[in-house]
Every structure is written in structure tokens, then in C-alpha cells.
Design a binder for this molecule. Structure first.
Ligand code: ADP
Ligand code: MG
Length: 611
């Protein structure tokens, strides 16, 4: 008897659901895209409990008549492509015809829909089986109500994170889509509370303000250009002084589709390359218009990944245009204090990505007040370091009876008599002892010193708060807000005093004592992003994260010139740490080239320490 059987429809739909519907936010994505394909200008998303108990997406699009509404839930039922050749030229978001059938297989669905000419229909589907169909009077549009997602797939329910996290993902998704489609009104309601509504904000300018806050939005650098025939882009770039610790605020749209593409990430990061330090990512929105036949959007069931044919030319041209814009901005900034920005007037007139025009105006920006993320100045000490270098030099002076050679030798753990030689390319400290050459990364070295110092101090005392004279205002994305709310008690215990201040706005009123951070907004947003990356965020984990970040931000950066005293100070402090080999992130601090390996390289035979 044959062992191979064709799976029944419900089973194959459930399997497809495993790919298309990973979590509540993927359902929202599919439904929003359907509404956009249906030419909706208003999309309302209502969720309950992170989307697990309810997701309802209502639009004012073209709607479906009863026959279409019934067939829409069949696997591979689509109105968007008809033949294989259409696959080479996809201009709609959907085309695989598997979202509705997959979602319906793992939830309880009620569809209400009506075209302009038909009477409305209501269709109920439970676990993929048609339950009820009836005619009802409706205005044009569609509402898809999904209840109890994954009620029949317990394994998938286990993958859900905290409800606030799932809500955060949905909020973030809608926020991002609202930036790619400024003509469409997006509204999000969570547990009956209004979370986001773009009503009256039908311009990219107003939406950037809503999403990124007034201050940053006013500083976005705008440019638009051709890439090749029929290929162009528009870009909104945050100045290089603003950056994030994740790629989450790097948005790429291709023909209105929010996509993920490593080559595009790299081309953007290359443009910022010399401006941002390692592990920092730009904030940017890039809206590309590319020929439909130059893309393959069918490489992943969620259609999030897109393949761009012959992408090399596109990405290198994009990098150089973005880089030019960033370079120009920093030049103008230094010399004439002119900052490209959106003007108040353009906010009222531009209505979409297409119509937004760059504008330049004489800015009254206080340059000193700009966040100083990238700085090579020796004066930039974001965190007060004690004992200071001056204290140490004083100490040396007081003890100058020690002969000068001994004075400059340091023993770092198992490395005795380390004598500094100097600095290599303002980035590495070179030192020697009888066993060879030691190359020390100045940043990771200082990071380790600060980290252990903070840990020591931390173990010794209870955390106290210190009020800020001028409270810091922060504006979070929906996802960040979810993370903050979920961890607020722990964050409070750690010494931060934070108050809610309107929609996704918060005010930081106090900090853990001794954590002297000048760019607090950036620090705090990075902290929230970091917290969002991990599942375990108890008091100790968070405390350690804060200390690691404080060490990293307070440490001397690469490309910073050090004098002999600075070098000696770092080596002496390194000698005191428990683990001089890696920084708190696990990056190496010291690289050793032994005399023996030099002898071998130069074919000098065996090295004898006595010679
Ligand atoms: P796809 O979007 O890939 O075609 P879906 O399963 O998402 O597949 O949807 C199936 C079909 O149902 C769509 O092709 C479209 O004709 C119809 N449809 C789905 N959602 C809507 C909507 N909000 N408004 C109008 N038609 C819709
Ligand atoms: Mg679809």
C-alpha cells in the first residue's frame, strides 16, 4: 500500500500558517497589506492582549462581494496574479493567496465585507472550517476579526512572549507602515485604549515628528535622487550624532513594501561608516522605487526578505549619494550652522513621499546641545572617572624617589614588567617586556577598568537616586514603550525615576547616583533596546547591562590620541582588574606577539631569554 498521501486542506493550511503566521504581528502585517492592496485610505487595527485574543483590522478599501469573500479563504486564492509570468512583475503586496487561509486555520475568523455595489456579507470560519455565511448591510470596506490566535496550535502559543512585547511589535509595525504610507490614516487601539492615530497627519513630516519626537524629526536630512533609469529613492537620514544600538530604526521600503535586505543595510551603514563607532547603527528611512521586474519578492512566505537583481550597482550608488549628503551636512554644520531640514511650511503642503521636497533653512540649533555620540575629543568624558589621571600623576610625582625606569613598568596579571612603547594609529597601546610585544586595545582596556570599578562600587552600596536639575524628555517607539512599561519596576529599583508624559513620551527625573551620563536620552533608549533583545531582565541582569553600557560609553574611544601619562595610567589601572583579557562584551584587550614567534618569523631559530 502506498505510504505517501496528499495532506488534507486543513493540515496543509496549518503547515502554511507555521510559515506565514509566526506571531500576532505577522497577522497584522498580512491584514494591513491586504487593506493597502484594496486601496484603503483608512486602516484601523484593534487588538486585545497583544493580539492573542483579538486582532481586528478594518479598512475602507474596495471590499469583496460574497463569492470573492468565500473563495478568499481557499488556499492560493488571490485576485492579484493570474499566471506564472505575473510573478515576474508583482506590484501588489500580496500574491501568494495564503494569508487568509493560513490565519483562518489557526484562529476563529469573522469577515465583514462589502463592495460599493454589493450588499455586505458576513462569513464565520472556525479552525479553517466554514461555520456561517450571511448577508448584512455594510458600507464599502472590509473588517477581518481574528479571535484566539493559535487556539488549536498550543506549541505556537508557547512561543509568544509577554503580551506587552507582542503589543510593542504590533505598534512598531503600524508605526513603520505609517511612515511608508503617509496618505493612509492608521489607527491602533489596544485593550480599548487608543495607542496611535495619524488622523490629520498625512505628511511624512508630521509623521516623523510623531514617531521620532519633535527634536530629532526637525533634524532629519532629506535627499532624493535617481539610481538608474526607472530607479530612484528618497531618504530621511538622522544626523550622524544620533544613532541606535540596533538596526531597528533603519527602515527600507521598496515600492511601498517594508522590507529587510542585508545589502541595503550595508549600503546605508557604509555611508555612515566613518561617522559611527562600532556597534552603533544609523536612524534612517529609505524609500526606493524600483522596477517590479528587477525584484524577487517571492523568496520568503512572509515577503519580508526581497532579492534585488544586480544589486551591486544600486547599493554602491546609494552609498555614495548618502555619504555625500552626510558629508555636506557636517561641512555646513561646522562652518555656517546651516542645517537641512523640513520646514514648518512644507509640513502643511507635502502629502506623501512623492511630494516631499527638501528644504534648507537657517537653523538656530545650539550645536553644543547636539548629542555628542561620536567624539574623539579628549575632553569628552561622559562619565566621571575616579581616580582621575591627574590624581595618578600626582601620586607618581609624590613617589618620584622611585627610579624612572621602574616607575614606568607595570605588571598586568601574569604579564610582568610591561613597559609602554607608545600608541599605534591612536587606537592601540604598544608595550613590551622580555617576552615580546603586547598590543592593547585602548577602548576595551578602559571599558574593563571602568566596568570592574563600577561593579566594585555597586557591590558595596545600595543604589541611590540622584535627581536631575533639568529632567530629560524622551520619546519612545511603541515597542520601546512596551519594553519600558514591562520593566518599569526593575528600572525604578535601579535608581531611575521616570514619569509618563503623554503619548509615548516620558520624563526621566532621576538617575542612579554616580552614573554621570551627559547624553542621557541616547543612553536610556539604548538601554531599552538592549533590554528588548533579551528574555531575562531581572534586577541583576539589568544592573549589569547598565554598568556595561556606562563603561562602554565612558571609555576612551579608538582614534583618540593618548600621551605617555594616559598610557601609563591605563596600564596601571589594567593591572588592578580581575580579568584583563576581555572587555565586558567579551572582546579581547591584549594581543601578544612573543619573542619566539618574532624569531621564527625572521628565521632566527630558537629565542633564548638570556641573549
Ligand atoms: P493575497 O493577498 O496573497 O492575494 P490573501 O489570502 O491575503 O492573499 O487574500 C486573498 C484575497 O482576498 C486577496 O487576493 C483579495 O482579493 C481578497 N482580500 C483580502 N483582504 C482584503 C481586503 N481587506 N479588502 C479587499 N479584498 C481583500
Ligand atoms: Mg494578502
Amino acid at each position: 500500500m502506498s505510504k505517501i498521501k496528499v495532506l488534507d486542506t486543513l493540515t496543509s493550511n496549518k503547515i502554511a500558517a507555521g510559515e506565514v503566521v509566526e506571531r500576532p504581528s505577522s497577522v497584522v502585517k498580512e491584514l494591513i497589506e491586504n487593506s493597502l492592496d484594496a486601496e484603503a485610505t483608512f486602516i484601523q487595527v484593534e487588538i486585545k492582549d497583544g493580539g492573542t485574543s483579538l486582532i481586528q483590522v478594518t479598512d475602507n478599501g474596495i471590499g469583496m462581494d460574497k463569492d470573492d469573500a468565500l473563495i478568499a479563504f481557499e488556499r492560493h486564492a488571490t485576485s492579484k496574479i493570474f499566471t506564472t509570468s505575473d510573478l515576474d512583475n508583482i506590484s501588489t503586496f500580496g500574491f501568494r493567496g495564503e494569508a487568509l487561509s493560513s490565519i483562518a486555520a489557526v484562529s476563529q475568523v469573522v469577515l465583514n465585507t462589502s463592495t460599493r455595489d454589493s450588499i455586505g456579507s458576513q462569513i464565520k470560519i472556525v479552525g479553517g472550517e466554514l461555520d456561517n455565511v450571511k448577508e448584512i448591510a455594510l458600507t464599502q470596506g472590509t473588517s477581518v476579526e481574528i479571535r484566539n490566535l493559535f487556539y488549536n496550535v498550543p506549541a505556537r502559543r508557547k512561543f509568544m512572549r509577554a503580551l506587552s512585547y507582542e503589543t510593542g511589535l504590533i505598534t512598531e509595525l503600524i508605526t513603520k507602515y505609517s511612515l511608508g504610507h503617509p496618505k493612509v490614516r492608521f489607527k491602533l487601539i489596544n485593550n480599548k485604549k487608543l495607542i496611535y492615530d495619524t488622523a490629520g497627519k498625512n505628511t511624512i513630516t508630521t509623521r516623523l515628528r510623531e514617531v521620532f519626537g519633535e527634536e530629532l524629526a526637525s533634524k532629519f536630512i532629506y535627499l532624493e535622487d535617481e539610481l538608474f533609469e526607472n530607479g530612484s529613492f528618497k531618504a530621511w537620514l538622522a544626523p550622524k550624532e544620533y544613532s541606535r544600538s540596533t538596526r531597528n530604526q533603519q527602515l527600507f521600503f521598496i515600492n511601498g513594501r517594508l522590507i529587510r535586505n542585508k545589502e541595503l543595510n550595508t549600503s546605508l551603514e557604509d555611508a555612515y561608516h566613518t561617522f559611527l563607532s562600532k556597534g552603533r547603527f544609523p536612524i534612517a528611512i529609505i524609500d526606493l522605487k524600483l522596477p517590479f521586474d528587477g525584484l524577487d519578492v517571492n523568496i520568503h512566505p512572509t515577503k519580508l526578505d526581497v532579492k534585488i537583481y544586480n544589486s551591486d550597482f544600486l547599493t554602491s550608488k546609494l552609498t555614495s549619494l548618502l555619504q555625500d549628503a552626510l558629508n555636506k551636512t557636517s561641512l555646513t554644520l561646522d562652518s555656517e550652522y546651516v542645517y537641512p531640514s523640513f520646514t514648518e511650511n512644507s509640513a502643511d503642503t507635502d502629502t506623501s513621499f512623492e511630494e516631499t521636497k527638501p528644504d534648507y533653512y537657517q537653523s538656530n540649533l545650539d550645536l553644543e546641545a547636539l548629542p555628542q555620540e561620536v567624539s574623539t575629543s579628549t575632553e569628552d568624558e561622559e562619565i566621571t572617572v575616579t581616580p582621575s589621571r591627574e590624581d595618578f600623576i600626582e601620586f607618581l610625582d609624590e613617589n618620584n624617589q622611585v627610579d624612572s625606569d621602574k616607575k614606568s613598568k607595570v605588571t598586568v596579571k601574569n604579564i610582568p614588567n610591561l613597559k609602554p612603547l607608545g600608541q599605534l594609529n591612536n587606537t592601540f597601546i604598544l608595550a613590551q617586556n622580555q617576552d615580546g610585544l603586547f598590543i592593547i586595545d585602548q577602548h576595551t582596556c578602559h571599558e574593563r577598568i571602568l566596568y570592574e570599578k563600577f561593579m566594585r562600587e555597586d557591590a558595596e552600596k545600595e543604589i541611590l537616586s540622584e535627581s536631575l536639575l533639568i529632567p530629560t524628555h524622551i520619546h519612545l517607539t511603541g515597542k520601546q514603550e512596551g519594553i519600558l512599561i514591562k520593566n518599569i519596576l526593575t528600572i525604578n529599583k535601579l535608581g531611575f525615576v521616570i514619569e509618563h508624559f503623554g503619548q509615548r513620551s516620558f520624563v526621566i527625573r532621576a538617575l542612579p547616583l554616580d552614573l554621570k551620563i551627559t547624553n542621557l536620552e541616547q543612553f536610556f533608549i539604548d538601554l531599552i533596546d538592549e533590554i528588548g533583545e533579551s528574555n531575562k531582565n531581572n534586577y541583576h541582569v539589568l544592573r549589569e547591562k547598565i554598568l556595561i553600557m556606562a563603561s562602554c560609553k565612558g571609555a576612551i574611544k579608538a582614534k583618540q590620541k593618548l600621551n605617555n601619562e594616559d598610557i601609563l595610567f591605563l596600564l596601571t589601572e589594567l593591572a588592578k582588574v580581575e580579568n584583563p583579557h576581555t572587555c565586558p562584551h567579551g572582546r579581547p584587550i591584549i594581543h601578544h606577539i612573543s619573542m619566539q614567534s618574532l624569531y621564527t618569523t625572521f628565521k632566527r631559530g630558537a629565542f633564548d631569554i638570556k641573549c
